[in-house]
Design a binder for this molecule. Structure first.
Ligand SMILES: Nc1ncnc2c1ncn2[C@@H]1O[C@H](COP(=O)(O)OP(=O)(O)OP(=O)(O)O)[C@@H](O)[C@H]1O
Length: 353
């Protein structure tokens, strides 16, 4: 459904010298700076896939989504979405995709959302029955029917985002580009939007490319992620595999593509878990019973100020290590958790600097 080949976008910006005289100087001698916001990005996404598009601030995510939506032209490279070249901005292409920018409003601020929906119905020339059916389905799924006649500016952020999603989906696009759709929402609204997106993707087999800085969005919705950093793709594959401590480097552009849709490139071999336990200290011997040499054995052992030990161990060693802990001495508390996705991603960015 989406084919991207060596997509590159270079921005050329005027570099103004500081102060008044800097501005005057710039009138005679202009200096420009070039920044490649997206560099040689290639990937392909199959119909119905729900893919996370990750990267730190300024990595080039929005730039890429804008190129795929035909809002800006690539400097070089090609892309095809649903068989269309977005750069050609054909009307037929506009009918098959939607772009939702969490940071921007697309609805009329001073009118109720239903007015914007009616306008979109006219723009897309949607048949009445189809329009009403789609609107009813979306209003029910997002639970905002009661807010249909409220001015958009009077809606809460969460209600507004739900209305934005409805506006984007009224023409039943086959491809959905979502740029931080949960930004600024409280945890309940975030969850409602996530549940909606999951259900909508399942029901309609829409292809979705989602950017979000909330890792819960990614881990709950996407089996596959594409990670970019400084405009370059640094990972493309199953989220499970990214959760390994050392994800495989990209060997080629077509590496680690997840089978479509909903597939995974394989089991999470070598994924780590965090075991945290609190020894029950009845006397000083119990304290000594938990050996400091665990650091050398597991590599990553820490002791918190409140006396808890934290070990990072491969998933397949969790049972054995837990047994060893429980037989070494009395334990007051023990928990086993996944390494937080935020941490894994941060490490990936740090190693690709
Ligand atoms: N119109 C523009 N002119 C010049 N530079 C731009 C323009 N748009 C984006 N950039 C630059 O391109 C880089 C990538 O920006 P982009 O908005 O794609 O990042 P992002 O990954 O979406 O970041 P964020 O997570 O903060 O939204 C940034 O350094 C940004 O300053």
């Amino acid at each position: 459904m989406i084919e991207v080949q060596n997509l590159t976008r270079v921005f050329r910006t005027y570099k103004k010298q500081p102060g008044f005289w800097g501005g005057v100087k710039g009138l005679f001698k202009r200096e420009f700076e070039e920044l490649a916001a997206a560099k040689d990005i290639s990937f392909s996404i199959g119909e119905g896939e729900f893919v996370g598009f990750l990267g730190p601030n300024g990595a080039g995510k929005t730039t890429t989504l804008k190129m795929l939506s035909g809002l800006i032209y690539p400097t070089s490279g090609t892309s095809r979405v649903g068989g269309f070249d977005p750069a050609k901005r054909e009307s037929a292409y506009r009918r098959i995709f939607a772009l939702v920018l969490g940071q921007k409003n697309q609805l009329w601020w001073d009118l109720p959302a239903i007015e914007s929906f009616n306008l979109l119905r006219a723009i897309y020339a949607l048949p009445t029955v189809q329009y009403q059916e789609t609107l009813d389905e979306l209003l029910d799924l997002l639970d905002v029917r009661a807010k249909l006649n409220v001015m958009v500016r009077e809606l809460s952020l969460g209600e507004r985002m739900k209305m934005e999603l409805i506006a984007a989906l009224l023409h039943r696009p086959r491809v959905l580009f979502l740029d931080e759709p949960t930004i600024g929402l409280d945890v309940i609204s975030q969850k409602a939007v996530r549940n909606f997106l999951r259900e909508y993707n399942r029901r309609n087999k829409v292809t979705i490319l989602l950017t979000s800085h909330y890792m819960a969005d990614i881990s709950e919705l996407c089996e596959r992620v594409i990670v970019i950093h400084h405009g370059r793709k640094i990972y493309d594959g199953a989220l499970d595999r990214l959760e390994q401590r050392n994800p495989p480097p990209l060997a080629s552009d077509d590496v680690a593509h997840a089978p479509m849709p909903g597939g995974s490139t394989g089991p999470a071999v070598g994924r780590k878990k965090i075991i945290t336990f609190l020894p029950e200290l009845q006397d000083s011997r119990d304290q000594a019973a938990f050996p400091e040499d665990w650091r050398s054995r597991y590599g990553e052992t820490t002791r918190t100020e409140d006396g808890k030990f934290t070990l990072r161990v491969p998933s397949d060693a969790v049972v054995a290590v837990s047994q060893e802990i429980l037989t070494t001495g009395p334990v007051a508390d023990i928990t086993i958790e996944d390494v937080p996705l935020e941490e894994i991603i941060a490490e990936l960015f740090a190693t690709s600097e």
